[in-house]
Write a protein that binds this ligand. Structure first.
Ligand SMILES: [Zn+2]
Ligand SMILES: [Zn+2]
Length: 316
C-alpha cells in the first residue's frame, strides 16, 4: 500500500469510520520501505527466544533500531516475588547480555541497564553501565511502591546521568501507587519517565477499574495517564505490549484523538516475544499497523515511530 492509499484509509479513521475492509487493509499494511522505526521496548532471551530469531523478528517488523531492556539480578526477595519475577518474569537476560548484543550490532541496537532497586549497590551497578554505553534505566518491574526509598535512589541516578527511566506499572504487582507517581514527576524534572504496561494503559480511561488488566470498554478521556501525559513534560509513554495494543484497539475513535493529543509524548515499542514478526501472534507488528492506520499526518507518525525516541534517548 502506498502513502496515498494509507492517508485515505487513515483519514476515514479520523472520522471514526475506519471499519470494514478499508480498516482491515490498513491494519495488515506494513510500513513503507525506508521509513525509520525505533522500537524502544524489546528483550534478549525473551521467553527463551534466540538472538537469531530475535534479530529476524525485528527485521520482519521493519524496525531499524531496537532498544534492549534487561532484567536485574536473579535473587529471591520480596521485591522479586521470591524469584518469580526474576528475568522480568519472562526469562529475560540482564544488562551484560543486552550490552553484548548491542555492542555486536551498534547500528541496530542500543541498551538500557537494570538492577533490583533494593539490592545493595544497585545505584553503583547502574552507574557503571551508564558509564559504559547504557542509554537509560529499565525496564523496572519489581514488587515495590513507585515512590519507595529504593526507587528514589535509582531516580537520583537517572537524574544525575540525565537518562530516561522506563517503568512497568501493574496494579498490586509492580511499581505500585500509580496515582501518586505525579510526586515523582515533580521531584525529578530532569528525568524523562516512560510508562508502560497494564496499569499505565488502563488509566487512559477516567472510568478505569484498577483491577482490570485488559479493559475492552470505550474510553472516557481524562484518566490518570492522560493527565500525566498532558500535565508533565517529563512523562512519556511507550506503545508496547498487549496492553498498549489493547489501549488503541478498544476504542478506535479515542485512539485517533489520543495519538494526536500526545504526539510529542508517545513512542513505538513492541515487547512481543514471538518469533514470527507479523500476523496475529505478533502484537508489535499489529501496533505498528495501528499507528499507520490511526495517524494520518506523516509528521506525527514520524514523531511516534522514531522522532520522540531520538529526542529523549541518546541513541548515538
Ligand atoms: Zn513490561
Ligand atoms: Zn512480534
Amino acid at each position: 500500500m502506498n502513502r496515498r492509499q494509507f492517508s485515505k484509509t487513515a483519514g476515514l479513521g479520523t472520522l471514526g469510520a475506519a471499519v470494514g475492509a478499508a480498516a482491515f487493509q490498513a491494519r495488515t499494511a506494513r510500513s513503507e520501505p525506508g521509513e525509520e522505526i525505533i522500537d524502544i521496548h524489546q528483550h534478549v532471551n525473551f521467553h527463551a527466544r534466540s538472538n537469531e530469531e530475535f534479530i529476524e523478528h525485528q527485521k520482519k517488523m521493519g524496525v531499524t533500531t531496537t532498544v534492549l531492556l534487561p532484567s536485574g539480578s536473579a535473587l529471591s526477595r520480596v521485591s522479586t516475588d521470591r524469584g518469580k519475577s526474576n528475568g522480568l518474569a519472562a526469562r529475560v537476560f540482564g544488562t551484560f547480555a543486552a550490552a553484548r548484543l548491542a555492542k555486536a550490532h551498534p547500528e541496530s541496537f542500543a541498551f538500557f541497564c537494570n538492577e533490583i532497586p533494593d539490592v545493595d549497590g544497585a545505584d553503583r551497578e547502574l552507574e557503571k553501565w551508564l558509564e559504559n554505553g547504557a542509554v537509560g534505566i529499565g525496564e523496572q518491574k519489581f514488587n515495590l511502591e513507585c515512590d519507595s526509598g529504593p526507587m528514589i535512589r535509582l531516580y537520583e541516578v537517572a537524574s544525575a546521568y540525565e537518562v530516561p527511566f522506563l517503568l512497568h506499572f501493574q496494579h498490586e504487582a509492580y511499581n505500585k501507587g500509580f496515582d501518586r507517581f505525579h510526586k515523582i514527576l515533580e521531584r525529578f524534572p530532569k528525568v524523562n519517565f516512560i510508562g508502560h504496561a497494564q496499569t499505565w494503559w488502563g488509566n487512559i480511561d477516567a472510568k478505569h477499574v484498577q483491577k482490570d488488566m485488559y479493559p475492552k470498554t470505550k474510553v472516557t478521556p481524562g484518566g490518570i495517564t492522560d493527565r500525566y501525559l498532558a500535565d508533565y513534560p517529563n512523562m512519556f509513554g511507550d506503545l508496547s505490549a498487549g496492553s498498549g495494543k489493547n489501549a488503541l484497539d478498544r476504542d478506535e475513535e479515542h485512539a485517533v484523538a489520543f495519538l494526536e493529543r500526545h504526539q510529542d509524548k508517545l513512542m513505538l515499542g513492541t515487547d512481543c516475544a514471538d518469533t514470527v514478526g507479523e500476523g496475529g501472534k505478533c502484537s508489535g507488528s499489529g501496533q505498528i499497523a495501528n499507528v499507520m492506520q490511526f495517524v494520518s499526518d506523516p509528521e506525527i507518525r514520524t514523531k511516534i515511530l522514531s522522532g520522540n525516541a531520538k529526542r529523549i534517548i541518546k541513541l548515538g
